[in-house]
Design a protein. Sequence first.
Length: 479
Amino acid sequence: MASNVTTLYIDDTSIRVLVATSREIKKWAEMPLQAGMVKDGVIIEESEVASKIKELLKNEKVNTRKIVTCLSGRHCLARLITLPRLPKSLLAEAVRREAERLLPVPLEQLYLSWQVVHSGAEETQIFLIAFPRNASDALTKTLTQAGLDPYLIDVKPLALARVVGKPTAIVVDVQPTELDIVVVVDRIPQLIRNVPLPSERQSQQKILAVVKEELDRTIKFYNSSHEEQPLDPNVPILISGNLVKDSESGATLVGGLKSFAEPLPSPIKYHRAAPPSHYMVNIGLVLKESPLPKKKASGSLVNLNALPQVYMPKSRSLTQIIFVPGVIIAVSLLAYPIMLVQSAAADTASLQTQLDVTNKRYAQTQTQKKVITELKGKVDSIESAGETYTRALERFEQQHEIVNNDLPTATSGLSSSLELSNMAHTTSRLVISGVASDETLILGYAERLRDSERFAQVIVTSIEKAAEERYNFTLTLTK
């Protein structure tokens, strides 16, 4: 019989607990939080939230320390990256270096988690997600204060994608303070967006208008970045959260697509009146630990653990496990040989004296040879260094010429409404990051770069809404 999995999700307004197996939901409950305890997905009042968690679990008679939980998608950055096929021992460092190159936020402020989703003969495709350290640290400390062990941590959009019963779909989840949109293609989350919603109470019509606008924007952005394989007009749109209450939301959201938005169904059964749409994140967390049978599984392939390495328990090696009994056995076995060694020690002492004299003469000869070898090595090293510096200077001059030709093209037509914040240049690629007041300015800027015919390909890598009328963007230009 499958064991129960206890899941816990905390957002700005409430704590939700759900206990289930991959076959059946056993219990669920929610406790509201006072304003300010959690803000923008970050737990501010850790001790107060820990007390609320303990109270909720006690009321629901949930007796367990092990919890599966997740972070909000707020401020998380997800990327699909492709690396050359590397030995396993080198892969982690390669992922870190690529993340440092691609992400617009310093790695000192982020935790990274990643998973290989495809490994070919020459390339490896990796799903990478980065999330704020302060949010992750606060969540882990709060759960620890509540006496819990968060041994598995997910990120909200990835939990939602795991519930999807189709290989390709768009998930739209609306909660009181945030909107999540996840584009899943071939069972991999290809695009993740989190949009904060106004804190003040809004009418359902206004919320639907915001959701539709962001959904249209997401689809256009995805299609512009995947012109060779855009989304099918019939792509399923699956809604969860507050939207499910509105029977007209499906037609309102669809826009120009041919598909009709419908509620995201629960793959886990429940036997009494329940609001499964309100607990879809928890259901995704259940499937993280207790997945569906392979015949029924069709959700996201991404199932990584976002628990930072610093919070993972230190595993004991096999050597440590067998060390103590091994010492006892060794002492028993060595008792008799020790007696033999003691009896032979006297003979060894006289032989050692003769050996010392011989070794001294030999050492003098070896010292002379060592000095000669070292001098020859220094000469070879100096010659090699000279050749290296010459080659480096030639590469530098070549790179300098390329940069001088690329920069005027990349910086032409900028204004106060579209500014560049970072440029990373290699021989064959130029990665540009910046800020704009409107997405159309970004797309227009990208089009001007294409028209310059300076670059073979101009890809809009990402557009993230940072604040009102401010959008962070990243473009990748290849030669």
